[in-house]
Write a protein that binds this ligand. Structure first.
Ligand code: GTP
Length: 215
């Protein structure tokens, strides 16, 4: 497989053209699998170099690998990490490596429903090609850039109500407009003894009633 080399690696001009090979001296092998674009290469680069691979997305071609020695309970564990190509056309390359993997990190992208739906197919494939005792972990990658708590904090700082919505799924969209309309209605048509409308309280209550999280 010496001809198999990642375009990512070639594009960045680093790494070696040696192809991964499992042997006792190469330690334990960890393989990253999952749809194209879920962030396998970025996860590996983050783990190995502590950096985020910014810039345009270059799909992995074939397979790539990096070594990393970790100290676990005072014991040195050498990991050889294989970064596979998620694209369908490289599936046969990936299949060839499954058998030698000791652990599989199976990724999906939390912002990409299809990558999550495909996990079943990945697991079926893993069942078929990997060792029976392979360690499998499912990773939902790509944490949202702005946490809910950050939004809450900012809203509190400026004394404005806060809620998260999803124009895509429709989550809380109706509620956002209803809450604004209720506030407006109370301002213009409030009875003298009627208590002030508490917008945030209303929103929080509605979300609790809906039995849902706040996102
Ligand atoms: N916001 C965000 N973007 C990410 C994250 N991880 C990866 N990305 C972006 O997702 C895109 C794909 O990342 P890659 O790591 O190249 O994806 P891959 O799974 O290796 O893709 P293939 O090589 O085609 O299998 C890139 O544009 C990254 O910048 C993450 O944690 N958060």
């Amino acid at each position: 497989n010496s001809g198999v080399m990642s375009r990512k690696k070639a594009a960045k001009g680093k790494g070696t053209s040696k192809s991964p090979k499992a042997s006792p001296s190469s330690g334990r092998t960890v393989m990253l699998v999952g749809d194209s674009g879920v962030g396998k290469t970025c996860l590996l680069v983050r783990f190995k170099d502590g950096a985020f691979l910014a810039g345009s997305f270059i799909s992995t071609v074939g397979i790539d690998f990096r070594n990393k020695v970790m100290t676990i309970d005072s014991v040195k564990v050498k990991l050889q990490i294989w970064d596979t190509a998620g694209q369908e056309r490289f599936r046969s390359v990936t299949h060839a490596y499954y058998r030698d993997a000791n652990a599989l990190l199976l990724l999906y992208d939390v912002t990409n429903r299809a990558s999550f739906d495909n996990i079943r197919a990945w697991l079926t494939e893993i069942h078929e090609y990997a060792q029976q005792d392979v360690v499998v972990m499912l990773l939902g990658n790509k944490v949202r850039m702005v946490k809910r708590e950050e939004g809450e904090k900012l809203a509190k700082e400026f004394g404005v109500p806060f809620m998260e919505t999803s124009a895509k799924s429709g989550l809380n969209v109706e509620l956002a407009f209803t809450a604004a309309a209720k506030e407006l209605k109370h301002r213009t048509m409030k009875e003298p003894d009627e208590p002030k409308f508490q917008l945030q309280e209303y929103v929080d209550k509605e979300m609790r009633v809906a039995g849902c999280c706040r996102t």
